[in-house]
Write a protein that binds this ligand. Structure first.
Ligand SMILES: [Zn+2]
Ligand SMILES: [Zn+2]
Length: 254
């Protein structure tokens, strides 16, 4: 399993694309690609890294803030232009179909009816598990201002956990347990902010989950700029797992 960081930014960063991860693996000899979150600035990175219109199998949406799903109208409309043929599955919490349909209608009226491929929706509520695009999926409720689900994706050998936005909970810790990679929202280095994770909390979370790797994403633009030295020092002092702050385009093999 490989995970590419299409974007690692928060909502309104002038330099960093919204956090979006491209997970690629194989299942039964077939390649599988899943995009995790697609905010308003994510699509150009997806088009660069995954130019084949049939390249993606599924898109996970952690919650319905614009920096996590407002890229869908552009992504799907370009698939109309480029004549995608393969079904695409959008996986998220309950209500996803209505919310995505609204966004599409506002952006490009009637595009939903014109799509030349089958757009499917799957809900993945906490407490359930699903087999989607050949992978095993589970979710848990995170602590964010808007209802956000963390997700765990496994190909039978490797596992990736992605928090979406928000502070860790007992449920997300249990979901993340034993993951090869945890990608966690970490808005600030060490200060507490309601509805958000921090770098120090994420390091503790990954250690308690006994993860092999921790990628810190969605770091506040001012924190990334003004506290870079302290962040790198905090990462340097981590033992027992590999903790890093990926740049856009970075890819890690699990
Ligand atoms: Zn966000
Ligand atoms: Zn959010």
């Amino acid at each position: 399993m490989r995970v590419k960081f299409i974007g690692v930014g928060e909502a309104f960063d002038e330099n960093y694309t919204n956090t979006s991860l491209l997970v690629r693996t194989e299942r039964d000899g077939k390649s599988v690609a899943v995009l995790m979150d697609c905010g308003f600035t994510a699509p150009p990175g997806v088009w660069r890294d995954c130019p084949d219109p049939d390249g993606l199998d599924a898109v996970w949406i952690s919650h319905f803030h614009g920096d996590h799903f407002f890229g869908l109208p552009a992504l799907l409309t370009r698939y109309w232009e480029t004549k995608r043929a393969k079904p695409l599955i959008i996986v998220s919490q309950e209500g996803v179909e209505e919310v995505v349909a609204q966004a599409l209608r506002l952006a490009y009226p009637a595009i939903l009816e014109k799509l030349p491929f089958d757009l499917r929706f799957e809900t993945l509520e906490p407490g359930t598990s699903a087999d989607i695009a050949g992978l095993a999926w589970k979710s848990a409720l995170n602590g964010h201002g808007q209802r956000d689900l963390a997700v765990r994706l496994s190909d039978g050998e490797k596992t990736v956990f992605y928090s979406g936005d928000g502070r860790a909970t007992e449920e997300t810790l249990s979901l993340a347990s034993g993951s090869d990679l945890i990608a966690h929202e970490a808005f600030l280095l060490d200060r507490d902010m309601p509805g958000h994770g921090s770098i120090m909390q994420s390091i503790d979370f990954a250690a308690r989950a006994k993860a092999r790797m921790l990628a810190l994403v969605h770091i506040a633009r001012h924190e990334r700029r003004e506290r870079r030295k302290q962040i790198l020092q905090a990462l340097d002092s981590v033992t027992g797992l590999r903790a890093f702050m990926p740049e856009p385009g970075f890819e890690v093999e699990l």
